[in-house]
Design a protein around this ligand. Structure first.
Ligand SMILES: Nc1ncnc2c1ncn2[C@@H]1O[C@H](COP(=O)(O)OP(=O)(O)OP(=O)(O)O)[C@@H](O)[C@H]1O
Length: 383
């Protein structure tokens, strides 16, 4: 099994980012908050990793600790093998961050001037990366606007300029915090596609933090999920998705009246129903013999099927099971105990596939830290 923890990575496989035993407390005594609590992980070069967690999970504190804007109480951070406390300048020359969306940029400057400016403050002579800038302008569809002041651009374009600015120097490791925030559906889709493409073409290591699960599913190979300062899951997106035992059958039929749906609720585990849809639909969690019982029940109720398909669990389902939070990152009503049980079930499921539990804590390590960047999982019915 390839090594996956910072201390046992081989010397020839120096990770882009290695965090070991990182902790940060705010305040003291009874009011102290353990924002980050003994967090360790390593991110291999060239991978795209999602950082997820409900509000207050510790993501921002973790990112700021890595970027050097928050001083951790304990632990080490290595960027491309260099301990950041030994040589900040050297370590951070390789790091870029888009932390506040479009506000990164100077709106009075043109798009190209922004790229040159950010290359300079990244320690790179702009002329030496002119080719990279042309490529970025081209890939992000900004070439026509290269000499336009940023303030005259649409929000989606500003967001693209922000991304280009982060990549304008020579950064190998890039943090993107909510990169699609505020974009419309089309703008978000375009930016997701471009982030993925740029990561592959420029051979970048990218850490993406977002509450939008589509961003994580579309862009990331691997996801680190945080909750209450700790890492509660760290695995390939596909394996996390595969670990959720929540397959459903979605039945569509004009014969599905509200009373028929109520009858089904009495007998089956109905996950969702929409009696007002055209045609009405019902989603039933099924396993084993329940499928036969379901069809028998539908036949007995004179329901002729207009359509039937399977609904795979989404990353949002995984996230909710692990943290008890909704997709926006807010905590739901579930108790810590319920969340712990759900996380335990999920961890055990992943463990069965080769991952390993880390003691009794709600976290696990991937069985295989090497992820295939080109292998994508498409979920039927999702974009
Ligand atoms: N400067 C600070 N002083 C005191 N407490 C802080 C400070 N920064 C963060 N915290 C606390 O640390 C915990 C983690 O906060 P953090 O902002 O890292 O979480 P987050 O996962 O980024 O949340 P969000 O998704 O809402 O941005 C929270 O309880 C927060 O209130």
């Amino acid at each position: 099994m390839p090594p996956t923890t910072p201390s046992d990575l081989p010397s020839d496989g120096t990770p882009a980012l290695s965090v070991e035993g990182l902790s940060k407390r705010f305040g003291a005594g009874a009011d102290a908050v353990r924002a980050v609590d003994d967090v360790s992980f390593a991110i291999e070069r060239g991978s795209v990793v999602g950082l997820l967690g409900p509000n207050g999970a510790g993501k921002t504190t973790l990112i700021k600790s890595v970027l050097g804007t928050v001083l951790p109480d304990e632990g080490t951070v290595r960027v491309l093998g260099r301990d950041v406390t030994d040589g900040r300048r050297a370590a951070y020359a390789d790091v870029g961050a888009m932390l506040e969306g479009a506000r990164n940029d100077y709106w009075r400057l043109t798009v190209r001037e922004n790229l040159r400016y950010f290359a300079t403050i990244g320690g790179v002579a702009p002329d030496s990366v002119a080719d990279r800038h042309e490529r970025l302008l081209d890939r992000l569809d900004l070439a026509d606007k290269a000499d336009t002041p940023v303030r005259e651009l649409s929000r989606g374009m500003k967001q693209k300029v922000s991304l280009a600015s982060v990549l304008a120097g020579d950064a190998e490791l890039v943090f993107l915090d909510e990169p699609t925030l505020g974009l419309d559906v089309e703008g978000s889709r375009t930016l997701r596609r471009e982030i993925r493409r740029l990561a592959e073409e420029e051979d970048l290591t990218v850490v993406v933090s977002s509450h939008d699960m589509r961003v994580i599913e579309d862009v990331c190979d691997r996801v680190i999920v945080m909750s209450e300062g700790s890492v509660v899951a760290d695995d390939a997106v596909e394996r996390l998705l595969g670990a959720v035992d929540d397959s459903r059958l979605r039945i569509a039929s004009t014969d599905l009246s509200p009373s028929t749906i109520d009858d089904l609720r009495d007998r089956f585990d109905v996950a969702d129903a929409d009696a007002a849809a055209d045609p009405p639909t019902v989603e039933v969690r099924t396993d084993g013999d329940a499928v036969y019982d379901l069809f028998d029940a539908l036949r007995a109720a004179d329901v002729t099927l207009d359509g039937i398909d399977t609904v795979e669990p989404s990353l949002e389902d995984v996230f909710v099971q692990l943290t008890g939070a909704d997709a926006e990152g807010s905590r739901g009503p579930g108790s810590d105990e319920e969340r712990g049980r759900a996380a335990g079930r999920l961890a055990a499921a992943v463990g069965d596939g080769g991952g390993r539990r880390d003691g009794n804590r709600r976290r696990w390590r991937p069985a295989d830290g090497r992820v295939n960047r080109r292998r994508r999982r498409r979920i039927p019915g999702r974009r």
